[in-house]
Design a binder for this molecule. Structure first.
Ligand SMILES: Cc1cc2nc3c(=O)[nH]c(=O)nc-3n(C[C@H](O)[C@H](O)[C@H](O)COP(=O)(O)OP(=O)(O)OC[C@H]3O[C@@H](n4cnc5c(N)ncnc54)[C@H](O)[C@@H]3O)c2cc1C
Length: 456
């Protein structure tokens, strides 16, 4: 984009000051939480949907690609600017209206997930999806990535709570889905969930709220062998019990988290699981978890005495991302997921890879849902260091698919995993996805390069 184009776009905006064209202000918009980096052509800090519509129409006429953006906490490169792209950040569009009697909330795309939870709690309600980044990420980012979270095993993920969406199409028209229009017809809203900013720019989100759940018991169990911990997870899920949270953290990660902040008298473990039982039958579930952990030779077992004590145990899990980021020059962070019965095989595969590789691999994840976040850490920063990790990433992807799993449980494909997409989906399914993209966005305006690898 050049100065003339900037002026032409500004002239069409109700809030001309929201167009950022000074490269000195670009840095926050060059990346997400991955190692991918690219400067934008310009950034629109969108204040309302009218400006989003005008910008889309302008970019379509001028053939300038658009990369939608929330707060950039993504872990697959989704909001990293496509080549030559104008970034449309919907972060400033953060209006929020709780309609308690209807048990729903009408949210601007930039509402922070935790803000929605806090506001809903004032009415005795909650929005259950809770990505670990919930204090920073936006609802539109959650919708676009199909975000999951810690409580996903019991309460489901983002897609389970979307009642309606409003979005700007590549034609610069306003599309309304679900309760914002009618419940019949094609389920277009479902297409937008997890579409990674490639089909439309979301400008309003109506979500379902539920009763605020009570609090269950928090239990931490440590193991001398990752396989024992993973089999404990499989035994808990296999028993039919549905705890509110069931997380797995491997020994490498526990060590890094301890180094970051020591919150529990646990010096060394090969793996840890953290459970919050359901609030419905907490004592029965706690006794069952206790029994299963002992049966699988846990070396340490502690049930929190109260909510404050539980916070101490959860702090280990909360610290893991920061601890891992601090420990590495650069990292590749994968979020594979497998059926519950395959979880032990996946964990043992990653543990074996960690022993064999010259670099550190640490993992944690929403084990109750078969999610494992596998982090491959390079000591130095830079492209070359990252490239050395790639063969291990490829083996991880192959193993995951062999176990009937998926390349991404919740973080999306973005730039990070697009080259593996064709290994997960057969040609017919991938062809249908591409046909939808080409129908809704024939000029490839929204987030080109993401999700699909179209290099010949
Ligand atoms: C420490 C940490 C923990 C995390 N834990 C979890 C977790 O537990 N579960 C989980 O699922 N994820 C997790 N994530 C990943 C990330 O927080 C989620 O993917 C989140 O949904 C991204 O939201 P965002 O606002 O940051 O979006 P961004 O990173 O800004 O963008 C993400 C994608 O959304 C698209 N997008 C953004 N806004 C719009 C819009 N208005 N319209 C259309 N497309 C749009 C972008 O183009 C991009 O493709 C974690 C990340 C970090 C750093």
């Amino acid at each position: 984009m050049n100065a003339i184009e900037f002026d032409r776009l500004r002239a069409r905006l109700a809030h001309p000051g929201s167009l950022v064209t000074d490269p000195k202000r670009f840095e926050p918009y060059t990346h997400d939480a991955t190692e991918f980096r690219r400067p934008p052509a310009a950034v629109l800090l969108a204040e309302d949907k009218a400006d989003v519509i005008e910008t889309v129409r302008f970019c379509r006429e001028a053939s300038i690609p658009i990369t939608p953006r929330g707060t950039g906490t993504g872990l697959s490169g989704g909001c990293v600017p496509s080549e030559g792209a104008l970034v449309v950040s919907t972060e400033p569009m953060d209006s929020l209206k709780i309609r308690a009697a209807e048990r729903l909330a009408v949210c601007g795309p930039g509402v922070i997930t935790k803000t929605l939870q806090d506001e809903a709690a004032r009415y005795g309600l909650t929005y259950p999806p809770d990505p670990a980044s919930y204090a920073e990420c936006t609802l539109a980012g959650n919708v676009a990535e199909g975000a999951g979270g810690l409580r996903c095993k019991r309460f489901g993920v983002t897609k389970d709570y979307i009642l309606g969406l409003e979005a700007v199409t590549a034609d610069g028209l306003l599309l309304k889905t679900g309760c914002l229009n009618d419940y019949r017809g094609f389920s277009i809203g479902d297409l937008l969930v997890a579409s990674e900013g490639t089909l439309a720019i979301v400008t309003s989100i109506v979500v379902r709220l539920t009763d605020l759940p009570g609090v269950g018991h928090t239990i931490l169990a440590a193991f001398d062998d990752p396989g024992h911990a993973a089999r404990t997870v499989a035994a808990i899920t296999g028993s039919g019990m549905i705890p509110t949270v069931l997380e797995y953290v491997d020994g490498e990660t526990v060590e890094l988290a301890n180094r970051y902040e020591k919150t529990e008298g646990l010096d060394r473990a090969e793996a840890v699981i953290l459970v919050e039982t359901s609030d419905r039958d907490p004592d029965v579930q706690a006794a069952e978890v206790d029994r299963i952990c002992r049966e699988h030779s846990c070396s340490y077992l502690r049930t929190a005495s109260d909510v404050r004590d539980a916070e101490k145990l959860w702090q280990i899990r909360r610290n893991v991302s920061k601890a891992i980021t601090d420990a590495a020059g650069a990292r590749v962070s994968e979020d594979v997921a497998v059926p519950n019965s395959g979880f032990p095989a996946l964990v043992e595969f990653v543990a074996a890879m960690n022993r064999a590789e010259p670099f550190k691999i640490c993992c944690f994840g929403h084990a109750g849902d078969g999610n494992l976040h596998v982090n491959l850490l390079a000591e130095e920063a830079g492209e070359e260091a990252l490239e050395r990790l790639e063969p291990a990433v490829e083996r991880l992807m192959e193993k995951t698919l062999e176990l009937g799993g998926t390349l991404s449980g919740e973080h999306g494909i973005g730039l990070a995993k697009r080259k593996y997409l064709a290994r997960e989906f057969d040609a017919a399914t991938l062809g249908a996805m591409l046909a939808i993209k080409e129908t809704l966005d024939p000029g490839d305006l929204f987030n080109p390069e993401k999700l699909f690898d179209r290099t010949p």
